[in-house]
Write a protein that binds this ligand. Structure first.
Ligand SMILES: C[S@@+](CC[C@H](N)C(=O)[O-])C[C@H]1O[C@@H](n2cnc3c(N)ncnc32)[C@H](O)[C@@H]1O
Length: 265
């Protein structure tokens, strides 16, 4: 296992117990982020939720739990056993198939899944195309991958990225911004190319929130969240649909032969 992968696994091993609080329930703002992400990923793509479903980097199971229905058979893969242990505190282990594995090497046969999803995960991998290719392999023909990736083309990413790279260049690595050295950000065009080069046909791209995560993290009152929602609404009316999104949710279909569509940023 690469050093970077080990660091990612260790950090989730350490943070697993408090992950749900830190990521989703810490403030009204983070609860709202979770609501938006879930709505965009699950409700907007509800017609694809069926059969064998694989959640790549399932973590503490927020999507696995919401995708559980009578007609679905949920599989979740994660590199951190501690994250899966936390997930199994709220999910009945007989109703899911959780496996400790690396999503770059999936322990499943080809053409098995009806849906593959991955949220807040492949940004940890140096090369997202390895996961895109694995997802393509395990999906059945005509089925979809729904995957989220953070956007590089926003100022609150571009500026810290430049600063951290400069600091690394002059030998300073241990800074509060070191997160930016581990995370992989992509442009809309880059991710579209990665998915298309892996064989997928792009079905739709949804944009998530436009304001940065720390703003929501600190929103502790109903009033603040209401203000943020209205700012988001205002921005989405002024800006083009894919501009300045914090991240994108790509829905793409496995088709053995198809015509590719060109997407520009
Ligand atoms: C930020 S959490 C997201 C969890 C979940 N998808 C969600 O949205 O709540 C990222 C998860 O990806 C897992 N992960 C990171 N790299 C991985 C890899 N190479 N293989 C499998 N899981 C990985 C981590 O252990 C962690 O549980």
């Amino acid at each position: 296992m690469s050093q970077r992968k080990q660091e990612v696994r260790d950090s989730f091993q350490k943070g697993a117990k408090n992950y749900n609080i830190v990521a989703f329930t810490r403030s009204l703002g983070t609860q709202y982020e979770d609501y938006v992400e879930s709505k965009l990923t699950i409700e907007k793509n509800s017609k694809y939720i069926q059969g064998n479903i694989l959640d790549l980097g399932v973590g503490t199971g927020r999507f696995a739990q919401r995708l559980m229905k009578q007609e679905t058979n949920i599989f979740g893969v994660d590199i951190s056993p501690a994250m899966l242990k936390t997930a199994l505190k709220k999910i009945d282990r007989h109703k899911v198939n959780f496996i400790v594995a690396d999503i770059e090497h999936l322990p499943f046969k080809s053409d098995y899944f009806d849906l593959v999803i991955s949220f807040r995960v492949i940004k940890y991998l140096p090369d997202p195309s390895t996961v895109a290719k694995e997802a393509y392999r395990v999906l059945k023909e005509g089925r979809v991958l729904i995957v989220e990736m953070p956007n590089k083309n926003v100022l609150y990413v571009e500026v810290p990225l430049l600063i951290t790279r400069f600091l690394k260049f002059i030998g300073i690595k241990d800074t509060p911004l070191k997160y930016y050295l581990i995370i992989n950000f992509v442009t809309l065009k880059e991710m579209t190319n990665i998915l298309q080069n892996s064989g997928f046909r792009l079905v739709n791209v949804l944009t998530t929130l436009r304001l940065p995560h720390p703003v929501y993290e600190r929103a502790s009152s109903e009033l603040r969240v209401t203000i943020l929602k209205n700012v988001e609404k205002g921005l989405s009316q002024i800006l083009p649909p894919t501009a300045f999104s914090r991240s994108y949710i790509f829905c793409c279909q496995k088709l053995n032969s198809h015509k590719q569509v060109k997407v520009s940023d």
